[in-house]
Design a protein around this ligand. Structure first.
Ligand code: FES
Length: 211
């Protein structure tokens, strides 16, 4: 839980003021095995992640990152860089299974309005792993997640639902105000509600969902 009036835990403030594993040399000098970047045009945050992989064990032995993000993006990526590389380092599968919820739990919580910033590091890490798969001729391991149209009448995709959840939609009515999903024929409503609930579960604990 958050410790101070800003809603930030002491650990989050520590990672914000002394971020770990920032790339301090030129990209070419670092010589990454995989690179991933992601930007969120809504809040203007950008994130880039570089990974080095132990070829025998396929564990991530080092991770560096850089961002033009807010305190939450900085702290969450800093702690993610520790989680991914601690002990012998995560395998590709473990790193791909890492969820924003796990990172937030380790940080001691995050104000709900900041959740969308905290997923930047996670998305950039995923992109870096996919880049590693591509560079090492393992394209079949890339699980591309194409956007799927959920509501044909209003042309709303599952990716848009995810974005609105991260932007603060906590109930279906708010989601409808934002993107008008299921306001046409209504046939998509059961699917839309199931997908919406799935994203709420992915990013928030029960207590956070009710805030
Ligand atoms: S398909 Fe979504 S309202 Fe018709």
């Amino acid at each position: 839980m958050s410790d101070n009036v800003m809603g930030y835990s002491d650990l989050l403030m520590d990672h914000f003021s002394s971020p770990r594993n920032i790339l301090k040399v030129k990209e070419e000098e670092y010589g990454a095995d995989g690179v991933g970047s992601v930007g969120n045009p809504t809040c203007g945050d950008m994130m880039k992640v570089w990974i080095k992989v132990d070829k025998d064990s396929e564990r991530i032995k080092d991770l560096k990152w850089k961002t033009f993000g807010c305190a939450s993006a900085i702290a969450s990526t800093s702690i993610m860089s520790e989680m991914v590389t601690e002990e012998a380092g995560m395998t590709m599968e473990q790193a791909l299974a890492l969820k924003p919820k796990d990172i937030m739990a380790r940080l001691g919580g995050l104000p709900a309005i900041k959740i969308h910033c905290s997923v930047l590091g996670d998305k950039a890490l995923r992109a870096a792993i996919h880049d590693y798969f591509e560079k090492t001729g393992q394209k079949e391991r890339i699980l591309e997640q194409e956007a799927k149209v959920v509501c044909k009448c209003l042309n709303v995709t599952d990716h848009e639902i995810e974005e609105w959840v991260l932007e603060g939609a906590r109930d279906f009515e708010t989601l409808q105000e934002k993107c008008k999903i299921s306001t046409g024929c209504g046939n998509c409503r059961p699917d839309a509600e199931r997908i919406f609930q799935g994203y709420l579960n992915k990013y928030f604990t029960d207590a956070e969902r009710n805030n």
